[in-house]
Each structure stands twice: as C-alpha cells, then as structure tokens.
Write a protein that binds this ligand. Sequence first.
Ligand code: CTP
Ligand code: MG
Length: 235
Amino acid sequence: MRVAAILLAAGQGRRFSAQSASPVAKQYLTLGGRPVIRHAADALVPHVQILQPVGDRAALDDALSGLAPDGCAVLAAVPGGETRQASVSAGLEALDRLPADQRPDLVLIHDGARPYVPADVTRAVIDALGAHAGVIPGVPVADTIKRAHDGIITDTVPRTDLYRAQTPQGFRFELLRDLHRGAAASDATDDAALLETAGHHVAIVAGSEDNIKLTYKEDLVRLERLIGPTLLPRM
Ligand code: CTP
Ligand code: MG
C-alpha cells in the first residue's frame, strides 16, 4: 500500500497571533531548534512514501530544507485555500495529478501545527486503514461537559463516548478525493465528518495527550516542555 501524507500549513494562526503578537504564523515558530512544521514533517516521513505540503512555497521550502528521508518523496508545496477543508482539497488534487502508478492508496491528513505526534499514533492509524475506510486518533474527554446558553447551563452532556479528535487522520485516497469533490464538502467540519455523512464507518484509535495542536499560547508552554524552548523572532 502506498501511503501519502498531506501536511497542512496554509493557516494564519489567528488565535495564537492575537495573544502573542508573533510576526510569523505559529507553524513556522522555532521550537527546540527546528520549526514546528519541520517537527511534524520529521514525525510523518518514516511512515509514508509521499509527503505533500500545503501552504506558502517559499516558507515551506525553507522550513523543510534538508529533509531527505529514505523512501519518501517530498513534493513541492501547493498553495492552500481559505478554509482548512479547502487546503485539504488542494493537497488531494495535487496528489491526484501524479501519474497513476505513483498515486497513493491511502492518505493521511495532518495539522502542521501538531509537532509532537508519537510514532505509535501514526502507526495505529495506518494499521487500522487495513480494515476501515477512515481512521482518526482521539483521546477520551476527561472534563465534565456543560452546555450553556446566555451564561446559564441548559444541560450536562454525558462524557461517556466523547473523544477529542486529533490528526493524522487516515483515509482511502480515492474515497476522500471523491467526497471532497462532492457538494457536501464545504459544509463538513473535518474529513471524518464527510465519510460519516456519506455512511462510511470511521474508526477511532488511541491518540496521545502529547499530540498537542499549537492553538493558544498555553499550548506553546506545554510543547516547550516536550520539545525545547522557543526561539522568538527578533522584532
Ligand atoms: N490550515 C490550512 N489552511 C487553512 C486553515 C488552516 O492549511 N485555510 C492548517 C493550519 O496551518 C494548521 C491546521 O490546518 O496547521 C489546523 O488549523 P488551525 O489550528 O485552526 O490553524 P489556523 O487556522 O492557522 O489557526 P486559527 O484558526 O487560530 O486562525
Ligand atoms: Mg483555523
């Protein structure tokens, strides 16, 4: 089975920038000596045959330079879209343009802002794709979840069966490509939802509490503990 990974880096990181006044998007911050996006790429390439970065070509060339993994082709970055889902589509279409004998059977979609994905999580996703059309890693929700309206709780959502979804999320390539080309694509909040709506079973495997997405400043504090200190760009 040929496995490709789409590495998403076309976001602006608005929530993070609002707190930190960082002049670079969060996925290009240097953490433990390497950009966040580079950590994500390094974690994925041992598991895949093709890496398709999505985002600014010059910035990605710079951040991924010297990445020459054995047995994995790193393709030229393609521009993303306005939404995360549009960026996923751009990556899928770029992979579809490959000659038929190089096109992947399976595709992983990974947030470039998730630098610390453990190898066993990626492995578990790929392994479960042997039996399922879609697989996502998740961690059980530990907190009690309340629904509130205008500051008043309306109900308590039972947390049994609730998970926080992580990436890399894995899919059969042609299925995900076709669902992205369909009418429902722009309404879906993530790729797994596209399969769920179309009636496909999506499996969930164990994610990791360390597989943190850099979203807010406090995530950077946790990631620094795992990876190393941030080198803040000079302003
Ligand atoms: N992403 C993307 N294209 C977009 C939006 C997001 O490729 N149009 C990528 C981001 O670069 C990130 C991943 O999707 O690696 C997860 O998205 P998120 O954490 O929401 O990042 P941003 O959209 O950049 O951040 P924010 O929502 O705070 O602006
Ligand atoms: Mg976003």
